[in-house]
Ligand binder design. Sequence first.
Ligand code: MG
Length: 657
Amino acid sequence: MKRYLSALCLLAVCLASYAQEQSPQIVQFLKEFPQRAGFNTHSYEFIDVKDTPAPKGYKAFYISHYGRHGSRSDWAGNYTYKVVRDILAQAKADGVALTPAGDSLLRESAFIYEKYDGMDGRLTPRGVREHRQLARRMYNRFPEVFRNGSKKIRAVSSTTPRCIVSMNGFTAQLLALQPDLDMDLDTGEKFYSYIAQGENGTVRARTQKALAARPAKPMDAQYVYKTLFQNPDEGKKYVQNEYAFLYGIYAVAKVAEANDIDDNLFRYLPFDAVYTFHEQNFLSAYLNECNSKLNGDIRLPLNKPLVDSLVVQADRVISGASRRAADLTFGHDWPFLGLCSYLGLEGVGDRLSTEDAAAQWMASWNCPFAANLQMIFYRKAGAPVLVKFLVNERETAIPALQAVQGPYYNWADVKAFLTTRVPHTQIVAHRGFWKGNAQNSIASLTQAQEFGCWGSEFDLHLTADDQVVVNHDATIGGTQIQTSSLEEVRKHTLKNGETVPTLEEYLKQGGKNKDCVLVLELKPHANAQREDVFIGKVLESLKANKLLDPKRVAFISFSYHICQELAKKCPGFTVQYLEGDKDPATVHADGINGIDYHFSYFKKHPEWVKEAHALGMSVNVWTVDNASDIRAMKELGVDQITTNDPDLTREILFGRR
Ligand code: MG
C-alpha cells in the first residue's frame, strides 16, 4: 500500500488533480456505501454467501486459503492525516473559528494520528476481528473439512507484523472452535520470497506514466474551506499545498473504519475529489498488480512461485503425501491481486484496458482489508477431484475454463490452464528494442527496459587503446573499431544521433532497471591475448557499476575461447555459445553452461533443446522475427528468444497471435 501512496505523492507534484468522466457504475457503487472509496483500506464487508450444491456424491476435503492482512493503520507521512491535524490545530490556536465539521475532523485526525504515531501499518483490533470472523465463517461453511477429516492445519505468514497478527487471529479462532486441531504456524524469509514476491520496477514506471497521461481537472477546494472554516478565506491561508490538504482529508477518511470510526468522513470532501482519489488509488493497484492490458504480461509471471506453491500443496494432499485439512497463507494485497489474476478469476482477474478498468473494476469489492481467496477441493471415490474458487467468500468463475457444474472445476483442467498462463520462454531484445531508434543505442536499451523485456542484447568491441564500446559491426563509418582509438570511434554517431556508446555509458542506463537482464555479446578479437584483455575490461566495468551479478547480466559470444574464459572466471553466470557448430554435450563438457544458436540449427536439431536442458544448460535462440519461427521455438521450449520484434514475440508467446 505504501508504494501506491508514494506514487500518488509524486503525481501530486505535477498535477493539481485529475478526473475522468465519472463511471455511472462506480458512482453508484460508491454512493451505496461511501467507505468503499477507501478501496484497499476499506474494511471487509461481510455479506451473506450461498453455496451452489456440489455435484452428487462430492464432499469438501481440503481448503487452500490466501488471506490479506486485516484492517491496519496507515502511514503517517507528510501527505496523510498529520497534514490535516496540523493545519486545523494551528488555525484554531490562532483564533480562526472552525465549523462543527472542522472541529469534528480535527478530533478525528488527531485521534488517528496519535493512536498510530510510530505504529505505521499495524493491524488494528478491527483487523483481528475480521480474521476471527473469516475463520468462523469458513469453519461453519465447510465443517466436514475439519470435523471428519484430518486435523492438521499449516499456516504461514509474510514476515510483516500485520500479517503475523492476522494469522494469529485466524488460527486462534479455529482452535477456539475445535481445540483438537493440530495447528502448525510459521513465518520467515523463506516464505516471504513466494508469499509476497511480485514487485516490479518496470511495471510501476509504466503505471505511473499511464496515470500521469490522464487528463487533469481542478478540484473544488473552496467546498472544503467552506465546510471546515467559519471564514473560508481565513482558513485557506493555512493551507500551503492544496492537493496535500485534500489528499490528507481523504487519508483520514479512508482509515477511519480501520480505527472503528464507522462514520463517513469522506463527506468533508466534494464527491468529485473523492471519486478522483479513489480512482487514482485503485487504477494504480490494478495496473501494477493485475492482468491489465498495459502490464499483465510482465506482471503475471511474477506470481508463478506463489501459484506453484499452492498447486504443490494441494497435489500433496490429493495424492495422500500430505494429510492437511487446510493450508492457510497470510500476506498482502499485491500478491493476492496477482494470484487472482494469474488464476484468471472473474472480476479481479479481468484483463482490461486502463479506461475499462477505470469504468468498471469494482475496487473495494475486489481488494478490501482481509481480502481472501479460498480454493475448496472436493472429492468422490473413483471420480476426478473438483475445486471451486471463492474470492472474498463469493463463488467465482474462471471465464476461460469450462466448469464441470456451476462453480466447480476439474482440478486437472485448472492445472492444465495454469501451465499455459505464462510462457516459459523469455524475450531478449536484439541490439535493444530499436524500432524507431538505432540498434545498440542507449535509447534502444531504454525502450527494451520500458517494454519489460526479460533481457536486452548488445555487442561489444575493444578499441586499440583498451576501451570497450557498443557496436555490432567491426567497423563504423569506415573506422575499424579494434584497431582504432576510442577518440576515433567516438567521432561517429548512430542513426538516432547518439555518439557510439561506451560500455560504461551503456551500463549506467542498464543499472537503472534491475528487471531487464543485460545480455553482453563479446565479439571475437584478433587473438586469445586480446580477448583476455577484453574480458578483463568488461568484467572490471561491470564490477565498478555493481552489475557483476548473475541476475543482472548474461554473456554470449561466437568466440569459444571467450565463452570458456568467462565460464571459468564467472561461475554461476549464464554463458551461451553462439556459433551453432557444436552439440550441447560438447559445449557442456567444455565448461560452458548455455547455447544461443540461430534458429535454423534448432530446426535441424530440435533434440538439442531437450539435451541441453537435461544437462542443466540454458537455451537461447537468434534472431527470430517471423511469426511461424517464433511459434516453432516456443514449441521447442527454448528459454529465451532473441528478436528484433519483442512486440510480436510477446503476443505469440502469450497465445494472442
Ligand atoms: Mg549480437
